[in-house]
Design a protein around this ligand. Sequence first.
Ligand SMILES: [Fe+2]
Length: 197
Amino acid sequence: MDYFSKVENFLPLQTVERLRSVLSGWIKTKKPNPKVLPNMMYGFDFKTLQGQLDSKIEELIGPHQISDCFLQRCVLPLPIHSDWGDNYQPTGKTPGYAVLFPLDGVGTTHTIVFKETLKRNQLNGTEPITGFEFSDEYKKILSHNKKEDLDRVSNPKKIKWQLGDAIVWDRKHIHCSDNFKDNGTEFKDSFVVFTTK
Ligand SMILES: [Fe+2]
């Protein structure tokens, strides 16, 4: 697989709807993971969907283990990072893929994946400057990022969020949200599965 892929109509819309209502129920009643506030993240027991999803995910990425699984509502666009670190559930294993299922905020919002990789969560200014010239379109959707971070990535690929799709990227690839606040979108809801090798 390239550093990301998108599979259309992967998840039945019925399942999307079910996950969406679980998330909106939890937002009203349950305390989110305090580490990522004001974004709201809730651990989700993958076993609930294992029968339905495990073999389909295997078709996408090959043999895998699920190391973390969560529902989230982002009210602030996530800046440039990688999903290498198991911040939320340490496993000591090598990170594999992130599989994201958009639940809301679809049609106009995106995830953006870059060519560069990083075996920790955040850039720290020691990585090489790429000299990449971003187009005006990308400058706009990446405008929530620090210049020193943008200087260290290149070749952005934007993946549009659509209900039912699965978006997959290698957890070592640097990625971020688009600046969805810019086009009036208030939040992005998603269901995310992290795998290890
Ligand atoms: Fe991420």
